[in-house]
Structure formats: structure tokens, C-alpha cells
Ligand binder design. Structure first.
Ligand code: H2B
Length: 76
């Protein structure tokens, strides 16, 4: 479930190991490039944390963030 936190959509993902986490990140990177909308994220071994906001609109949550969040949920 994505949470609204400090004007961002936030979600934490956990995988079996680093390889699965990085495979997920690779898919998200491709989604981000094709929509020209990029996550702020961290990765530590099997965990990936993602924050989505729209800088161009002054760092607020917009439809672009909601669309990317929905697309990310589909590639997990
Ligand atoms: C110039 C370029 O279109 C912008 O910087 C894009 C790139 N990726 C982006 N990603 C995110 N998350 N928010 C933005 O506002 C944004 N803007």
C-alpha cells in the first residue's frame, strides 16, 4: 500500500535477496525512463524504498506519481 508522506507517495518493497531486488529496480528504471518520471529510492540488499513526487510542480503528488505507482505495483 502506497502511503502519502511529506508530499510523496511512499512504499517499501522486500524481496528474497539482492538479485530479486535489483531485477525489480531494473524494471522500474525502464518504466521511469519511458514515462520520464523518476523515483527517489534506496536499496539495501533485499529492500527497496521508493518515494514519488513531481518536482516540476513544486514537489507535490500528481497524477504522474499515481500512474507510476500503479505501474510499479504491476511489475513486482
Ligand atoms: C526535465 C525533465 O523532464 C524533468 O526533470 C522530469 C524528469 N523526471 C522527473 N521525475 C520526477 N519524479 N518528477 C519530476 O518532476 C521529473 N521531471
Amino acid at each position: 500500500m502506497w502511503k502519502e508522506e511529506n508530499n510523496s507517495l511512499y512504499k517499501r518493497f522486500e524481496f528474497k535477496d539482492f538479485s530479486d531486488a535489483f531485477a525489480f529496480m531494473t524494471k522500474v528504471a525502464l518504466l521511469a525512463e519511458s514515462s520520464n518520471h523518476h523515483p527517489k529510492w534506496t536499496n539495501e540488499w533485499n529492500k527497496v524504498e521508493i518515494w514519488l513526487s513531481t518536482h516540476d510542480q513544486g514537489n507535490v503528488i500528481t497524477e504522474k506519481d499515481r500512474k507510476l505507482a500503479a505501474a510499479i505495483d504491476k511489475v513486482v
